[in-house]
Design a protein around this ligand. Sequence first.
Ligand code: NAP
Length: 289
Amino acid sequence: MNLEKVAFIGLGVMGYPMAGHVSNAGYSTKVYNRTESKGREWESQYKGEYCHTPKLASEEADVVAICVGNDDDVRSVVYGENGVLAGMQAGSVMIDHTTTSAELAEELAAACAEKGIHFIDAPVSGGQAGAQNGALTVMCGGEHDIFEAVSPLLDSYAKQATLLGGHGQGQRCKMVNQICIAGVLKGLSEAIVLAQKSKLDIEQVVGVLKHGAAGSWQMENRAVTMSQDKFDFGFAIDWMRKDLGICLDEAKKHNLDMPLTKEVDREYQALQERGLGRMDTSVLIKIKD
Ligand SMILES: NC(=O)c1ccc[n+]([C@@H]2O[C@H](COP(=O)([O-])OP(=O)(O)OC[C@H]3O[C@@H](n4cnc5c(N)ncnc54)[C@H](OP(=O)(O)O)[C@@H]3O)[C@@H](O)[C@H]2O)c1
């Protein structure tokens, strides 16, 4: 397949820099964003064209990448007379980077197949910094040959992109990722409170522990800011609750009870009710305040 023309739909915290990497890598890039001002800002910063609808952005694209909010947001840019599917040509590839349910991935794969279009579900991990630095981890579900064909594009914003199986398996791997994060943050929250009460220097503690068995991305990137009460950045609770809802729904299908994930989800709900929904997930440490 040709891999020259790329459309990027959704220029949020993640999509804006990802689309920027696509343009910087030399692909002919068209972008769409619901709020036009962000699209115009992107256009002024990178080589590429802002289009007024997802359809217009997608019409000549070899690949259409999407990164919006949740399942329904994806549906709203994909379907309908101005949607991505109305513009895409047979033989092209749709890649969805949004974190969604696995059902949506299967639904989109089927809708694409009806038009001879290929689909890859490809949620990402690595946060805003990972997107800005072109260092995301991408978890993919789809056909092997199509994944191989689009890998050079994924490499423009990823440090690692891996095919985990058929449609939906990328999203299921992302669920595993989010469950791990919930547990790590719960442990880290309790540990930091004890460290503070014990008058330990948190930076020193992190410097020591990060090399041992307790080391984690959350510890290296969040422990110090947690101890400083800094939460107005990063990955919002609102997004995490969406993700944990998806995880818990998937668990139900396997008759799995996930008490820790449920507890963290309840605590995030309580923090949302306190108006902290846009704060980074590390604000979990404040649950007892
Ligand atoms: N932020 C992170 O650290 C992170 C990390 C990993 C994965 N993710 C996942 O990546 C996805 C995007 O996250 P983000 O942080 O980039 O979100 P964001 O900053 O809130 O951006 C969301 C984007 O989706 C667009 N959008 C939302 N609803 C839409 C709709 N109904 N129709 C059309 N466009 C719509 C928004 O357009 P407007 O500009 O018009 O609002 C915006 O471009 C989410 O699924 C999130 O869970 C995020």
